[in-house]
Structures are given as structure tokens and as C-alpha cells.
Design a protein around this ligand. Sequence first.
Ligand code: SF4
Length: 311
Amino acid sequence: MNPATRSAFPGFAWSLSRQKTLAECPRRYAYEYYFSHNGWLADASEETKRIYRLKKLTSLEMFFGSSLHNVIQNAISNYSKSRKIPRPDDLVRLVRSSLNAAYIDSTRHYGLWFDKPSRYTMFRDVYYGDGLPPDKIEEIRSRIGACAESFPKSKTFREISGGRNVRLMELERFRTLPFADVDVVVVMDIVYRDRDTGRWVVADWKTGKESAEDRTQLALYAMYLQKLYDIPSIRDITIRNEYLATGTWREYKLEPIDVDNTLYVLERSVMEMRRYMEDIDGNVPYELEAFPLTEYTRHCERCNFKELCGR
Ligand code: SF4
């Protein structure tokens, strides 16, 4: 890309994880969403490349979650073509092999990761010299088995495979949709429509514990779906979290008041983010020093950028 036409900062898009990062630490937010931008380019400054590299560090938990999501996505796509019910053993094998490859990257291919941090994996614990904690490895090992057993028995998979007249919607996983005057990032796992009842279902695979934000995230999905497919009432959409580690699920139906509340949360959050912008239209931030370090040092322990800010 011609450096003259390249933008120094990305366009603004709101997401729940962006909001969470800002709430935890404004400095980390600055690194993640502004000062790592363009760090993948050969002619970027060494400082920008360094920030970008650190941004790409991952945790065992996050890597496991994203591997399992990919494996499930493929299993559903294979099911739609072949009607073959996925076997838990196969799911376990696939997730394990991607975790093993990531471990090899982290422990043996430092140089490759250093040059191409988006192609290779580096676990944060390995990078910072502590190694992967044995208790975490053990926990993830048992979670892989539990999640693989739960997936074919999940309410969502049983609904799409149980002979109902269901239409799976083809969706790109990452979409943005304008709400009010901002783009909102929506990452949906699965959406389908029961043609007999007219009911829409949007579901999310969760590989960790329940959290207070799960419902807000699903509310955004429902609002997105309603807009995208012109669904007359938000009440026609069932939103569901599938907690695969425990084999449980929670589902909700939204009321119009939930939509108002979610929009309120979104607006407040965007206002907070704009306080850090020198130019709102261009999404240009103030200097790095304008983003304070968090007061809650417990967030520092698991932060990718701890070698930069001195905590
Ligand atoms: S180490 Fe702590 S203060 Fe520094 S960026 Fe990370 S979370 Fe913020």
C-alpha cells in the first residue's frame, strides 16, 4: 500500500470486547485499537511492529476457544452437506492437533512468529517466560473432552439435526452494522429459522463460564438480525447461549425495553470512547500518554503489553 494513502489509524467500530478492554485499562485499549495499527507492514516503525506483535499474543484459553469454534463451524457445515453427525472423538482430535501446533509455534518458532506474528502463534505465558501453567493445561484438556461431548447433544445441534424444517442462514461470522451513527461489530456463531413456527434462533457457543455480558452480546445479535431480515418483532427471535463445558444452555426472548437498554449501553460506551479521540470523524486518538494505566493491577497480570508500560 502506498504510505501516502495509508491511514494512520483504523476506522471506528464498536464491539463489546472493545468496551471491555477500555473498562479494564485505557492504556491497553490504546495499544490494541490504535497504536498497533499498520504494525504488520514491512515499513512500519519498530515501535508499531512491537505493539502489533504483542497484540497478537494469545492465552491458552483464548486459543482453545477459537479452535473449538472453528472445529464446530466446520462440523456444522459438513453436517449440512452430508448429514453426518460429528463424533466427539474427531472433534477432540482436531482441537488437540491445533493446540499442539500452537504449542510448537510458541516454543520452537520464536523467530518465525517475531517476523510474522499473524501467521504463527505465541502463547503469552511462553513469551513472558513462565511457560503454560500445568493446572491450566489440565483444565483445558478436560474442557476439550466435555465440550466435544456436549456439542452433538446441545439443544442447538439437536434442533438443526432433529428432522425439523430448519433453514440455516449463511452468514459471514464477522459483520458490522450501523446502529445510531456507529458501526457495531457482530460476530455470530449460528443463526437459523424454524420454517414451521417462523421462529428465529441465534446461538453462541461458549467454552468458558457464564458471564454477565453474555446476554448483552446476544441482544446485539438479535437487533442485528431483526434489521437484516426485517423481522417484524424482536420477540420472534430466541437468543441462546450454549455452555459446552457444562452441557447447559440459557435462552431468552427480548422485549422492546431490552433493545432500548442495549442502545443506551452502546451510546454511553461510544461517548466514553470518543473522549479519547482528538478527531472523532477520523478516529484519531490523543497521544498515548492521554490513556491512563489502570488502577486495578490485577488486570496487568494477564496483559499482553506489560513489557511496554512498565507495570
Ligand atoms: S500492564 Fe496493566 S497498566 Fe499496562 S497496559 Fe496492561 S493492563 Fe494496562
